[in-house]
Design a binder for this molecule. Structure first.
Ligand code: NAD
Length: 307
């Protein structure tokens, strides 16, 4: 079900590869009439804001794009956090997202403190996203913080099966949950194609979720369009423009991890699918891994006097 929606103001924090692509997607989608851009420097945000304003002009859209300090995002209807600190990622290729853990955490914590008291939806993109989402939520106290990642995995999974079975992607129903990373959990036992359960090589499907983003990054420097699509889709649901389900990093059993969240008029409700034994084991591994990583991170941050 879709709703007629009022024009929205959206803040984008981090004007890099992903943030810029998110901005372009927001302009072309018509989802907002004001965009607030924050980046490491105001100059960087300002030139990007001008570029997006040109895009809006070329499309004949009335859209105000401005470079702002992060605190002005508290007046937005929704905020996207796609910042990345400067560092060289030396993490193993099979778990590349974890490489940003200690580097991105201080900037995420600072941004979270700046948005303290904000009530609108915050979509965190920064990796490792499940951990950064929890850090943002717990540092800011914001009530509606979600992480992007499992919904992108799920979209890739459904597209993979659509190709395999030669059907349209909307005819595939199935989730990827847990971690946007090593312990991503494919919910194969509840996946259907044209309403019927299917058999497929699960190991290959898992491999696809690892090799596809790696191949895009190798070829294009960074993944950007896929994450931007996942952000736009989640924004539509979180702002109440459409009802539907997104696999997002969300509060679950005392932590944060990827679970299907159903939005009705913007109201989120977690809906964990039925899992078989193997899926339960993998989901619990994701949960433990994210819990341990978060504990290790917060111990490190407090030893450094950061949080
Ligand atoms: N969750 C996902 O599905 C997904 C997908 C792709 C990328 N990512 C992650 O998104 C993040 C951004 O990726 P990218 O390729 O755009 O990186 P990038 O390096 O191209 O851009 C990062 C931007 O953040 C800005 N920045 C740094 N510190 C900041 C701060 N304190 N406040 C505001 N802006 C700040 C930088 O100036 C830069 O413009 C990374 O952590 C990446 O791993 C997540």
């Amino acid at each position: 079900m879709s709703y007629a929606w009022p024009p929205a103001t959206i803040g984008v924090i981090g004007a890099g590869a992903v943030g810029r692509t998110v901005g372009a997607a927001l302009v072309s989608s018509g989802i907002c009439d004001r965009l607030r851009i924050v980046s490491r420097t105001r100059d960087q945000a300002a030139v990007y804001a001008d570029d997006l304003a040109d895009m809006a002009g070329a499309l004949g859209r009335r859209l105000r794009v401005s470079a702002v300090p992060v605190t002005e995002c508290t007046e937005a209807d929704a905020v996207v956090v796609a910042l990345r600190a400067r560092f060289t990622n030396t993490a193993d290729r099979t778990d590349i997202r974890i490489g940003g853990l200690r580097h991105n955490a201080p900037a995420i914590a600072d941004t979270a403190r700046a948005l303290h008291g904000y009530r609108g939806p915050v979509l965190v993109v920064t990796n490792p996203v499940d951990v950064m989402t929890r850090l943002f939520a717990e540092t800011s106290g914001c009530p509606r913080v979600f992480g992007i990642g499992s919904n992108l995995d799920a979209a890739r999974y459904r597209a993979y099966l659509a190709d395999l079975f030669d059907v349209a992607p909307h005819e595939v129903h199935g989730h990827v949950i847990g971690e946007h990373g090593r312990y991503a959990t494919i919910c194969a036992s509840t996946t259907t194609v044209r309403g019927m359960p299917v058999a497929f090589p699960l190991r290959e499907a898992h491999g696809h979720l690892t090799t596809r983003p790696a191949a895009i990054s190798d070829g294009a420097g960074r993944t950007r369009a896929g994450p931007a699509g996942a952000v736009l889709s989640a924004l539509r649901h979180a702002l109440g423009h459409a009802d539907g389900t997104e696999e997002l990093s969300a509060p679950y059993a005392g932590g944060y991890l990827g679970i299907p969240v159903h939005f009705t008029a913007g109201h989120p409700e977690p809906r964990l699918p039925r899992l078989n034994d193997a899926e339960t084991r993998r989901f619990e591994r994701a949960q433990r891994h994210l819990h341990d990583t978060y504990e290790e991170l917060t111990a490190h941050l407090s030893s450094e006097g950061i949080a």
